[in-house]
Design a protein. Sequence first.
Length: 98
Amino acid sequence: LWTVFASDTNNPDHPLPQEIKSNIATLAVFMFKRSIEVLIDTKPEKIKAMIEINRNIASGLMKQVKPSPSVPGAPKTTMPQSETKPPGDKKSSTDSIV
């Protein structure tokens, strides 16, 4: 999955802003490195960080897409904000990565 994300960040025709593509590429590199670390030395906190990142990405992707007012029928995407975390959700160690 992260290989697909990383590949899309190098696609100049991809509609995401460059800043978001750079953030995705940075996360992908982190996930690649962390995967190797986990294979070498399995520690729960290392796996937990990967799970949290994947859940946050999945949550953002599952957000309802609203139609764009400028183009009829075109989807309007929104990036999840930190305020969208469930009440009482503590800041994770991965929040500083994003």
